[in-house]
Ligand binder design. Structure first.
Ligand code: 1HE
Length: 265
């Protein structure tokens, strides 16, 4: 499959394309710094629940100078408590589909990755940050609270104490600091993020699908289990993966000196 537009009906704030086995989802609202309005969040859920067969990974990126300025503050109109809960749950559903969807997601970060922008980035599986990236949780200064799963995912990346500091003091972290504390696992020069993200996504898309499934769905759950249950689920997952034809073919290829060796990077 060559490059093509993906035939998923999305709002104007999102753009999807396909390059071989990688689907690319652009947050395409640079005039509003890729702020996420309800339409965009619903579109994100739709995209991640409509990924066609043949796609093995998704690249998530933002158009313009910033990845995302988070929640569209124009939509913070008068909501009652029940409506506020429903709004947060809308974000939860959409971002759940990123983390626990069909294929792994690589996020390419640059410029502002703030508020809900950091929440959506945290739902991806691999994060590549350009040096222009900065992270903040300005919810504190806006008198609100994270609502896109940030309290669940961000402490698992950087710890509760750092997230508290970001929210209470409005502290901003640089790309280099984000890399050191584990928000991103790749740090690249400005303008190089998309190419690096595509390289990683293409590599991920070539993995055995069952391995990608195990890494996405079993690993984070095992990590939350008590160790005894975790070991049991790991043994089952390991056995299921090994029994798959794809694993057998790949192991045979290595033993016959046809498979790739581990190489230093
Ligand atoms: C927006 C938004 C937005 C920009 N909602 N419209 N997020 C924030 O608190 C971050 C708010 N944004 C900013 O601090 C800055 O815009 C940026 C640092 C991201 C970028 O600055 P800059 O100088 O490049 O752009 P700008 O001039 O501030 O903004 C350009 C336009 O985008 C302008 O609109 P315009 O009509 O006047 O041109 C801005 O109003 C608009 N814009 N950010 C709406 N966020 C589920 S809970 C999640 C909770 C949160 O995410 S809270 C964090 C919200």
């Amino acid at each position: 499959m060559a490059d093509a537009r993906l035939l998923i009906d999305l709002p104007a704030s999102l753009r999807a394309e396909q390059r071989d086995k990688v689907a690319i989802l652009w947050i395409a609202r640079p005039q509003k710094r890729n702020a996420l309005d309800d339409e965009s969040v619903i579109g994100i859920e739709k995209f991640f629940t409509s990924i066609p067969d043949g796609i093995g990974a998704v690249l998530l990126a933002g158009e313009g100078d910033h990845f995302s300025a988070g929640l569209d503050l124009n939509e913070l109109e008068e909501r009652n408590i029940q409506e506020g809960i429903a709004h947060s749950e809308l974000w939860h559903r959409a971002f759940h589909q990123i983390q626990f969807g069909k294929v792994p997601v690589v996020a390419v970060l640059h410029g502002a990755v703030v508020g809900g922008g950091l929440e959506i980035a945290a739902a991806a599986h691999v994060r590549v940050a350009e040096r222009s990236t900065y992270y903040a949780l300005p919810e504190g200064s806006r008198g609100i609270y994270v609502g896109g799963g940030g309290s669940v995912r961000i402490p698992r990346l950087i710890g509760v104490a750092r997230m508290m500091d970001m929210m209470l003091t409005g502290r901003t972290y640089s790309a280099e600091e984000g890399q050191a504390m584990g928000i991103s696992t790749y740090l690249v020069d400005n303008g190089k993020g998309f190419a690096k993200g595509m390289e990683l996504a293409a590599q991920i898309a070539d993995n055995a699908p069952l391995t990608n499934f195990a890494v996405m769905h079993a690993l984070p759950r095992i990590a939350e289990m008590d160790p005894q249950a975790g070991h049991t689920v790991e043994a089952l997952m390991c056995s299921i993966a090994q029994a798959d034809g794809e694993a057998k073919a790949r192991l045979k290829a290595f033993l016959e000196k046809r498979g790739p060796k581990v190489t230093r990077t």
